[in-house]
Design a binder for this molecule. Structure first.
Ligand code: MGD
Ligand code: MGD
Ligand code: SF4
Ligand code: MO
Length: 741
């Protein structure tokens, strides 16, 4: 038995990136505590941060490749055999049907894994597959579209300057559970408490969420009506002479168009539809405008809904109209120490309707079709039918709308590869499962998340444990799979990497020979170094000798802090005329659809999603200490609605929509706004063929069985998982599926 040692690193599970002290001995984690010296998180952590050791040690975690054998079962195989099988399968599909028959699904782990985040783009380009699917279209796509059209770049998304604002609106987000999204900030609840000391916090949400305990006001709304409420706020700003364009006056275009549109939506017109009081909307607009520094933050409740693009566009409009865009204490852009590939001007080309989906003729948006299209593209025969799928760090059988059809479609594929650490509801269908690395086997330095962080900080940590059995890292897996799709067969990933790295160095304005000489080792580490060295404070490979590089950061395990956000609109906006477009036609032309919804009778009950601080989408339910205790997969329902539906607390209810039905325990609570029910997503672990011994005992039900594939935000194709009309009735009497068996 060796002495305990302390490894300093950060948690990679969410945007808060909390600093951890990992106490370990003999290859085992003994304890995880917050790192109080961390310059960024200063000792904050949530319950998930303490279980990285549990996840590393989880006996169910896939550590060796699984390959489907002649009997149809997934069995452990060597890496060589697994890659050989991948080449055979992907090559086979390519030869028979062309590369168009192969697609990829990039899941949420893409954003959090050290090497996938740096290699996903390369993988797609190398593979040459024309269309990709991702969890983005069940998450951020509406915001991406708004930013593409307003600023010219879909990933240059502004974030609230939470530490310096005096007035904060939180709409459709519950950072007390999620810990912040497009808002990198450890301890958001603590930060909100400080905003309250300086001014006011207002939460706009159909549920009195945990975040409301850190707010002065809960303004309930009916799901999907957020854009109406926001337009009414804009109406009041113009109507009452509260518009102050301030420092951006010369940079904004479309102000008059916004005024004309909002003129049609006074609070009194929308109040009933929103389920809000017209006076409360007016007061909100006045208070927002009167605050010295105000910020309107909106997240997934406003994205994952029928009018997601409008509801993601208007918060930035409101900030711009009140002088709170690119201004201290308002919505600002992060300035990461190491640039992210995603946010580069050369990294990603935005476009609309450049091609259409085969089955339903749905336009591509920013290179993707809605997730609700994937199942039909696989199971509908004909020219162009998808035959091959590579799933990277995602579990769409639980996370995507139309999930039952997807679950049934996946076995039809001729080649399905999952790059995942779990044998879960999705990977159980794969022909080959290639395991990724556990968090503690990876480096830490977030590629993307600092691009939405409230300060310019940076932190690096090496892996704590070496991956066992010479397992390849995910960058190598992705390179080899990409080459197979491209018809090159299996390749030497390291050789390829020199080309990729050289190309990036050149784009960053560095002589590739110099960069290669400085970092001959292939892999994500040198990409990280390149992005720091050519970032705002970088040493540019010696040109600026006092500048930063990865080696210098390695000397600072508690991290480096380069200060708060600074105004930088000149560097952010890449529209050809240099202006911020407040009224892009593609967005404003959707207002008619919103207006028509005013005439629509309200559904008597609609379903919305929620998160819990002890979960992470579908994939941390195998950690006993996180899931035990009170059942969390429950239907929250207002007492009046429960009485009307004839369902009672703790009993099973049947929830049905046009798309499916589930039976789930009821939790009666006045935290729900009448007419709205709430269910968490990411549950439904009762499928055969998985290896999740804990999760399958706390199965819960799959929310997305209830989400129809065509319920989307039209301009972005983003799924509308919130606001789904449902009926609730007493269940047939089956035993509760959400409680431990
Ligand atoms: N109804 C409803 N549906 C939703 C949402 C909602 O609010 N309501 N939210 C949507 C959102 S925001 C998202 S992001 C999606 C998430 O959708 P997905 O990305 O499809 O689902 P996750 O559950 O996040 O799956 C992550 C997967 O990555 C694997 N994984 C974790 N770490 C690693 C790693 O380091 N390497 C590799 N290779 N794999 C890893 C896990 O085992 C897991 O299988 O769900 C969406 N679906
Ligand atoms: N603990 C934990 N943390 C997570 C995750 C997790 O699963 N668990 N997932 C991560 C991911 S992938 C993401 S994208 C982020 C998301 O982070 P957040 O955006 O903060 O997401 P949620 O916590 O789901 O909060 C969404 C809120 O929107 C409300 N809502 C639903 N429909 C509507 C609507 O129509 N209008 C309005 N105004 N509100 C509505 C819900 O009631 C809920 O309170 O969280 C990340 N962090
Ligand atoms: S809030 Fe929790 S999950 Fe997020 S980084 Fe911190 S410890 Fe990890
Ligand atoms: Mo997400």
């Amino acid at each position: 038995m060796t002495d305990r040692q302390i490894h300093i690193r950060s948690c990679s599970l969410c945007e808060a990136m909390c600093g951890l002290e990992v106490h370990h001995a003999d290859g085992e984690v003994k304890l995880i505590r917050p790192n109080r010296n961390d310059v960024w998180s200063k000792g904050y952590i949530c319950p998930k941060g303490t279980v990285l050791g549990h996840m590393y040690a989880d006996p169910d975690r896939v550590r060796r490749p699984l390959v489907r054998n002649a009997a149809g079962d997934l069995a452990e195989a060597s890496w060589d055999a697994a890659f050989e099988r991948c080449a055979e399968l992907l090559g086979g599909v390519r030869d028979k049907y062309g590369v168009e028959a192969i697609t990829a699904y990039l899941g949420n782990a893409t954003g959090f894994n050290y090497s996938i985040s740096r290699y996903a783009g390369m993988f797609l380009q190398l593979a040459g597959i024309p269309t990709v699917y991702s969890s983005g279209t069940v998450d951020t796509w509406s915001k991406n579209v708004a930013c593409q059209l307003m600023y010219g770049h879909s990933w240059r998304i502004p974030v609230p300057d939470i530490d310096r604002t005096d007035f904060m609106v939180v709409q459709g987000a519950n950072p007390s559970a999620s810990q912040g999204s497009f808002m990198g900030c450890p301890d958001v609840p603590g930060a909100l408490d400080l905003v309250r000391e300086r001014g006011k916090v207002v939460v706009i949400d159909p549920r009195r969420s945990e975040t409301c305990a850190h707010a002065d006001q809960w303004l309930p709304v009916r799901p999907g009506t957020d854009a109406l409420l926001q337009l009414a706020v804009v109406n009041v700003l113009f109507d009452e002479g509260l518009v102050r364009l301030g420092h951006l006056a010369d940079r904004l275009k479309g102000v008059d168009d916004v005024r004309a549109i909002a003129a049609e939506f006074p609070p009194e017109r929308v109040a009933e539809a929103c389920g809000a009081d017209a006076g409360a909307i007016r007061t909100l607009a006045r208070e927002f405008a009167a605050a010295e520094r105000a910020v309107w933050y909106a997240r997934i409740g406003t994205c994952n809904q029928e009018f997601g693009t409008l509801a993601s566009w208007l918060p930035d409009v409101i900030c711009a109209l009140t002088g709170n865009l690119d201004a201290v204490g308002g919505m600002m852009w992060a300035k990461p120490v190491a640039w992210s590939m995603l946010q580069q001007d050369w990294g990603f080309e935005g476009g609309f309707d450049r091609w259409r989906s085969r089955v339903r003729d749905i336009p591509e948006v920013l290179g993707q079709f809605p997730m609700g299209c994937l199942a039909e593209e696989i199971d509908t025969p004909g020219e162009g039918q998808l035959k091959g799928l590579i799933v990277v760090g995602g579990n769409p059988v639980l996370s995507a709308p139309n999930s039952e059809r997807l679950d049934n479609a996946l076995p039809l594929l001729e080649a399905m590869i999952s790059v995942d650490n779990a044998l879960n509801e999705t990977s159980r269908h794969a022909h080959v499962v290639l395991p990724g690395l556990a968090a503690l086997e990876q480096h830490f330095y977030s590629e993307m998340l600092w691009g939405w962080a409230k300060r310019s900080a940076a932190k690096y940590a090496p892996p704590l444990f070496p991956p066992a059995d010479d397992r390849p890292d995910e960058w190598e897996i992705l390179t080899r799979l990409g080459a197979m799709c491209a018809g090159m067969g299996d390749v030497n990933a390291a050789e390829f990497d020199d080309l990729y790295f050289s190309a990036l160095a050149e784009l960053a304005g560095v002589d590739p020979a110099i960069a290669l000489e400085a970092s001959p080792e292939p892999g994500p580490e040198r990409l990280n170094d390149l992005a720091i060295r050519t970032g705002p404070w970088g040493d540019r490979y010696g040109e600026n000798p006092d500048g930063l590089n990865l080696d210098k950061l390695k000397e600072l395990p508690d991290g480096l802090d380069m200060g708060p956000m600074v105004p930088q609109v000149d560097d952010i906006v890449v529209n050809p005329d240099g202006k911020i477009d407040l009224a892009p036609e593609r967005i404003t032309s959707d207002v008619g659809r919103l207006e028509a919804s005013l005439e629509r009778p309200d559904a008597s009950l609609v379903l919305t999603s929620r998160r819990h601080v002890r979960s992470n989408n579908s994939w941390m339910h195998n950690v006993e200490v996180l899931v035990r205790g009170k059942d969390r997969c429950t239907l929250l329902i207002h007492p009046d609605d429960a009485a009307e539906a004839g369902v009672t607390d703790g009993e099973l209810a049947r929830v049905s929509s046009s798309s499916g039905a589930v039976e789930v325990p009821v939790e009666v609570s006045d935290q729900m706004y009448p007419g709205v029910v709430s269910l968490p997503h990411g549950w439904g672990h009762d499928k055969p063929g998985t290896r999740q011994s804990v999760a399958s005992r706390y199965a819960g039900v799959n929310y997305n069985l209830l989400v129809p594939p065509d319920f989307v935000d039209v301009p972005s194709g983003n799924a509308a998982v919130n606001g789904v009309p449902v009926a609730v009735t007493p269940a047939s009497g089956a035993p509760a599926s959400g409680v431990p068996a």
